[in-house]
Ligand binder design. Structure first.
Ligand SMILES: Nc1ncnc2c1ncn2[C@@H]1O[C@H](COP(=O)(O)OP(=O)(O)OP(=O)(O)O)[C@@H](O)[C@H]1O
Ligand SMILES: [Zn+2]
Ligand SMILES: [Zn+2]
Length: 825
């Protein structure tokens, strides 16, 4: 018997191992195994169990099977195989992404000396290991053996000594850290049913009897802390009664659920509006069929999509007894949405968020695996939740780019959700006010069922949006201050400022968006024009004023902000490109009485910073919330009556085919934060491109019109959804070698396409990437484009399996394949 083992290595294949007779019963697909690989041992997963191997004599034996029941269930294994195939990634890497980190940690095997072999004849390494164990007491992690005695295949050594009865091996499940939190509880250990028995037990010890009887009267047990500090009995008294075996003190485990404290408020049950009810009925009907399919719910901002999700969960989980997965883009940013699920389903919801430790994540994973929890809410990787009988998979804000993983495996969680739902007969629901154009095209083509909520709940209108033309604004200021005066950039225009002042006076709240952090996005010498760049990346450095430093937003490089130009010596430097830090300063000056909160990557480093800031907004402790795209998502604050976009053009001119789509989405989403309550609202968008169709469509709340215009620009040359792309990025530490390698790889593909007469796949490039250097690595790319995903997949697969970059250790060349890329930067 042999197994094909998937290892988490960047190699496009599995490896064949032999299964020793004693391991055969446990060796099942999806189980973790320990196998010798090169000079060491590695953890992998059994992909397939096979009876024969191509070269049986070369197959090394599996060292151990680590799972009693396979950690990857069959549906998960199947899903991972699909991802490995479609996204061109090694199955082992996909499995490592899909399963909790604790499971791939090898520090879970222990070895100890069972019997001292004395002077018995041992090999060199056996003797070394015995000496090591002799010096130490108890179980030693095998990882420590490796650390102290050196990296080599220790398992064969351990196994032989184990057969001789010299050592003993114990394998623990992955360790759960941090250690569980406990509390001490004191309880009655022996009942005293008769008066006589009480007299005997306490005699003249009145306080002892009082303590005992107090405990009786409050149910027989209490927190030790409550008994001492709350009720005033000394801990000495408890000790005396424990000694008499009348009381006992236990440690009790406090369940860890960091979200419990945050979102435990029960919400009143809402009755769906007729529009919501129609959508819910269609979904419920689908769940009762054998192939429910994929639904796209396009519901304008504030149309009550969350209630649709909740009612779908009620049907699937409560009535049909199945399980469900809810994906949200970034969990820290959506505490309200998560809170609503918690309020309805309470403990049945597992929340997978980034603040969980590996141990906590593993706890949640296990509770889903065992069926104890039946709903999971989480970001991208929650699509791999190990539940059985999945009835629904919901993807909220399905247009979000964060659903795509930036490193291998470069999967898109929305696409994986669609595939998983199909494989498991679940309904898949994609929801957004601004669907991704791919999803929209699928709905137009009838591949997805389209559901719509065209109006806000309660007949609330969408807020009117006004455009502030920044060019005209500058012109106006220039006229009033004279031609020679240099005009500072307009941060908050007069109309927007007046609107903000009005809200502050009325006690209403304002959201200001600028999708660019820092103080100034570049620094330039006024004399010679020098712009400060990151030494590692080809991007300008951003000036952070509070810390007086320049930082790179790609690689986090930091340096002291300059005082003069190193090239010409000039000390007149200009700080250009307004960022959130500068907006904060401007509004602090303009509205000195306002309570201002800023939310961007720089202010949300701490674990619960998002919650703190959003909590303050919710409680009305903030007049003005200012931030990057973080504040555009899903927030539902009825007292926000004004939204201002400081500069809508940030990002619109990025050399990426999705730049316009992203701008439209961001503007529509942030505008949707205004006027969600009865007070109504309004929106101001400041822009230098007042006639751009992304901005005009956003102003009209016209998603359909935008999609039509954007489709026009993507037809020729064809970009998604009219074609599928594979972005092939070659990177390396030397410019020339990187370019040469990219050219060679592209030539190879070109030869393949002509040699095999492949039709319908075009090769574009190679060329330098738009950002041609990141973290010291030069980057070149070429694109394969096709309107047939199947043909593109076949070509991509062939390239992935057969092509290797020339080895050049000096340039450290690497190849990255990104199928269906979300950005080409
Ligand atoms: N049937 C209902 N009756 C009363 N209130 C409702 C109903 N449905 C939803 N709401 C309320 O309407 C508001 C908007 O709902 P929700 O946040 O789900 O909108 P959304 O469609 O997710 O919007 P966005 O895309 O902007 O996040 C919420 O405050 C919600 O409690
Ligand atoms: Zn200069
Ligand atoms: Zn950098």
């Amino acid at each position: 018997m042999f197994v094909e083992v998937a290892l988490p290595l960047p190699l496009p294949r599995t490896f064949t191992y032999a299964v020793p007779p004693e391991l055969r019963a446990q060796a099942r697909a999806g189980a973790r195994v320990l196998v010798p690989f090169g000079q060491r041992e590695r953890i992998g997963w059994i992909d397939r169990v096979v009876e024969t191997a191509a070269k049986p004599e070369r197959a090394k034996p599996v060292t151990a099977v680590l799972d009693a029941t396979p950690s990857a269930t069959l549906p998960i294994l199947k899903l991972c195989r699909w991802i490995a195939d479609y996204y061109l990634a090694p199955l082992g890497q996909v499995l490592r992404t899909a399963l909790p980190a604790g499971l791939t940690d090898s520090s879970t095997d222990f070895v100890t000396l069972a019997r001292d072999p004395g002077e018995a004849a041992l090999s060199e390494f056996e003797a070394k290991l015995v000496a090591f164990l002799r010096e130490r007491e108890g179980l030693q992690p095998v990882a420590r053996v490796r650390r102290v005695l050196g990296e080599r295949a220790w398992w064969p050594v351990i196994r032989r000594l184990e057969q001789e009865g010299i050592v003993r091996v114990e394998t623990e499940g992955p360790r759960v850290e941090p250690p569980v939190r406990t509390r001490r509880v004191v309880r009655i250990a022996r009942e005293l049913p008769t008066l006589l028995s009480r007299e005997e037990a306490f005699g003249r010890a009145k306080r002892q009897r009082e303590l005992y009887e107090t405990l009786e009267s409050i149910g027989g047990s209490a927190d030790t802390a409550h008994v001492t500090t709350g009720l005033g009995f000394g801990s000495e008294l408890i000790r005396q009664l424990v000694k008499k075996e009348l009381l006992a003190v236990d440690e009790e485990i406090i369940p860890r659920d960091p979200y419990a404290a945050i979102a435990a408020t029960a919400a009143p049950r809402l009755n769906p509006t007729p529009a919501q009810a129609g959508v819910i009925d269609a979904l419920v009907a689908a769940t009762r069929t054998s192939a429910p399919g994929t639904f796209l719910l396009r519901g304008v901002t504030g149309s009550g999509k969350t209630l649709v999700y909740i009612e779908l969960l009620r049907e699937v989980v409560d009535r049909q007894g199945k399980t469900a997965i809810v994906l949200v883009p970034e969990i820290a940013l959506t505490p309200q949405t998560v809170g609503r699920f918690k309020a309805v389903f309470g403990d049945r919801v597992a929340v997978l968020h980034s603040a969980l430790s590996d141990g906590e994540r593993y706890d949640e994973w296990r509770s889903l695996r065992s069926g104890e929890k039946r709903i999971v809410v989480g970001a991208r990787s929650a699509v791999f939740a190990p539940m059985e009988r999945v009835g629904a998979i919901i993807v909220d804000e399905e247009h979000e780019g964060s659903y795509k993983q930036g490193e291998a495996p470069r999967y898109h969680a929305r696409e994986v959700a669609v595939v998983r739902a199909r494989m498991e007969g679940a309904v898949c629901l994609l929801g957004s006010a601004t669907p991704a154009l791919e999803s929209w095209a699928n709905a137009q083509a009838g591949k997805y069922n389209l559901l719509e909520l065209p109006e806000r709940v309660g007949g609330q209108p969408l807020p009117p949006i006004k455009i502030v033309d920044l060019k005209k604004e500058r012109e106006r200021i220039r006229k009033s201050t004279g031609p020679l005066q240099e005009v500072a950039p307009v941060v908050v225009s007069d109309v927007l400022a007046a609107a903000v002042r009005d809200r502050i006076a009325k006690g209403e709240q304002t959201i200001l968006l600028l999708n660019r952090r820092g103080y100034a996005t570049f620094v330039q010498c006024r004399e010679c024009g020098l712009v400060w760049h990151c030494p590692q990346c080809n991007v300008s450095l951003t000036y952070h004023r509070k810390r007086h430093r320049l930082t790179c937003h790609y690689c986090l490089h930091e340096e002291e902000a300059p005082r003069h130009c190193p090239s010409c010596g000039e000390d007149d430097l200009s700080f250009k490109g307004v960022g959130t830090e500068q907006v904060e300063r401007a509004v602090e000056e303009a509205f000195p009485s306002a309570r201002i909160a800023r939310m961007d990557v720089d202010t949300t480093g701490a674990k619960w910073a998002h919650h703190d800031i959003l909590g303050r907004v919710e409680r009305g402790e903030v007049d003005l919330l200012l931030g990057t795209q973080m504040i555009a998502k899903g927030l539902d604050f009825p007292n926000v009556t004004l939204v201002g976009v400081i500069n809508a053009d940030v990002g619109i001119n990025l050399p990426d085919f999705r730049a316009t789509e992203r701008t439209f989405q961001l503007l529509t989403q942030v505008a949707g934060r205004a006027g969600r309550g009865v007070k109504g609202g309004e929106v101001f968008i400041q822009t230098a491109l007042p006639n751009h169709y992304a901005i005009l469509s956003a102003t009209d709340h016209d998603f359909v019109g935008f999609a039509e215009k954007e489709f026009e620009t993507r037809r020729e040359p064809a970009y998604p959804p009219f074609s599928r792309l594979l972005n092939v990025v070659v990177s390396g530490t030397e410019e020339n070698a990187t370019q040469a390698a990219a050219v060679e790889a592209a030539d190879w593909v070109s030869g393949l396409l002509t040699g095999r007469k492949v039709k319908g796949v075009a090769l574009v490039g190679p060329a330098p990437c738009p950002i041609d250097r990141i973290r010291g690595r030069w980057r070149w790319h070429f694109i394969l484009r096709s309107d047939s995903p199947k043909t593109l997949g076949e070509v991509a697969r062939y390239f992935y399996e057969k092509y290797r970059l020339p080895s050049n250790s000096k340039a450290d060349l690497r190849l990255a394949l990104d199928r269906d890329p979300v950005a080409l930067l």
